[in-house]
Design a binder for this molecule. Structure first.
Ligand code: GLY
Length: 407
């Protein structure tokens, strides 16, 4: 082949190359969408607040939570357990884009919930403060944020019951439960491990680790599915009863509960390197992903034992959480890493392709089809589904680029 003919064939080949669709970058595509959609969400929040002020309402909503069954926008006050997720999403936007617009928005929404640092009436401190101030501190090293987080962690430890070996979750329904501990509480331990790392005070480490161990002992069934609530006798520390309050029934496996457990034990392994937590996380993953109730796109139904699968709502929030946990879990088992990453990638691809809200619709939520509980928020967008989706995207990007999914 002479030079001219060679160049010509190269041009032909390259022309053909340009016809081949490039592998889609799900992370970039999703963050591009999230950036536009979250600007719309901020406008929705502003107009909802203006309307309330004009009506003379005493309500002080700070962040979006969901869409109500009647189609209205559900905003929450700082005391709600979900108030930290929207600020957290804005921090994730800042992390991805490094654009100061997102930093300023994140700072403003984060500041709105500072009053929660002294709220000792809830175990949800971690959800509220670590997702907002925690991400803010990680990204800015703002010393004020550190102080607020340390105060929050100290308050959270006031709920620890040494006889039980757990942090008490709920104070409501005290006629029904003595010391209820819910599987969700595993997530709040991350704030305590952070406080241990920052302060060197082993009290935080010990409380978190005891809580994780007690939960491992009492919340799980032989197949590694978990109950939602375990109620303890405050005097003896013994188990009074086990329930699944937000799921289908007491013996069912509520999808988000399984996801809290998976994420929780993966995080506990990261923080302690105790093998018992790694094997717990892997056993939970095995339960979830070998369940016959898991659909092909790996976006779980809201409860693995819901009676009408496949005609049951999904829970995108559970799926987002599972993806976050699996990216990290893939770092801890070289043999299973491809499997865990494949499951996580399948979830992320499914969510970005088939569960996305319309641009400038649905009050600016990113994803549709989450389920809060058996009796409320069924098949709606939920702020924490969006938060953990953005987290999963960041973890995926970091894992692929730097070999670590730890943000
Ligand atoms: N932490 C409450 C819930 O998962 O609904």
């Amino acid at each position: 082949m002479n030079l001219k003919a060679g160049l010509l064939s190269l041009v032909v080949v390259c022309g053909a190359c340009s016809q081949v669709p490039q592998k889609e970058d799900v992370v970039k595509d999703s963050f591009d969408f999230a950036g536009r959609q979250l600007k719309y969400a901020i406008a929705q929040v502003d107009s909802a607040k203006t309307k309330l002020a004009e009506e003379g309402s005493q309500k002080k909503p700070v962040s979006p939570r969901a869409i109500e069954d009647d189609g209205s926008f559900k905003m929450v006050a700082s005391r709600d357990w979900t108030s930290g997720f929207f600020p957290g999403e804005l921090w994730y936007m800042y992390e991805y884009t490094q654009d100061d617009y997102w930093k300023e928005q994140a700072q403003a929404f984060t500041a709105n919930i500072e009053d929660q640092k002294t709220n000792s009436g809830t175990h949800d401190m971690g959800f509220k403060m670590y997702c907002s101030f925690g991400n803010g501190y990680r990204l800015t090293k703002d010393a004020t944020y550190k102080d607020i987080l340390m105060q929050s962690a100290a308050i959270l430890t006031s709920r620890y019951k040494p006889t039980v070996g757990c942090i008490r979750s709920w104070d409501h329904n005290s006629d029904k439960w003595q010391c209820p501990v819910i599987i969700d509480n595993m997530m709040n331990l991350e704030l305590l491990y952070w406080a241990f790392r920052e302060s060197g005070d082993s009290t935080y480490y010990n409380i978190a680790t005891n809580h994780a161990r007690t939960t491992m002992k009492n919340h799980f069934r032989a197949d590694y599915s978990s109950y939602h609530v375990v109620d303890y006798d405050t005097l003896t520390g013994s188990v009074l009863h086990r329930q699944t309050h937000q799921g289908y029934n007491d013996e069912s496996a509520w999808a988000r509960g399984q996801a809290w457990g998976l994420y929780g034990y993966t995080m506990c392994y990261r923080e302690t390197k105790l093998p018992e937590f790694l094997s717990q996380a892997e056993n939970i993953a095995n339960y979830i992903f070998t369940s016959p109730a898991m659909p092909e796109d790996l976006v779980a139904y809201w409860d693995f034992n819901a009676p009408n699968i496949p005609d049951e709502p999904r829970d995108v929030s559970a799926a987002s959480l599972m993806a976050c946990a699996l990216y990290e879990l893939s770092m801890y088992n070289a043999e299973k890493a491809p499997l865990y990453k494949r499951w996580a990638d399948t979830i992320v691809d499914s969510l970005s392709k088939n569960y996305r809200a319309p641009l400038n619709g649905d009050y600016g939520f990113l994803l549709l089809h989450s389920t809060g509980a058996r009796t409320f928020e069924r098949d709606v967008p939920l702020v924490y589904a969006d938060y953990y989706f953005l987290e999963a995207l960041l973890k995926k990007a970091k894992l692929e680029k730097e070999g670590t999914a730890i943000l």
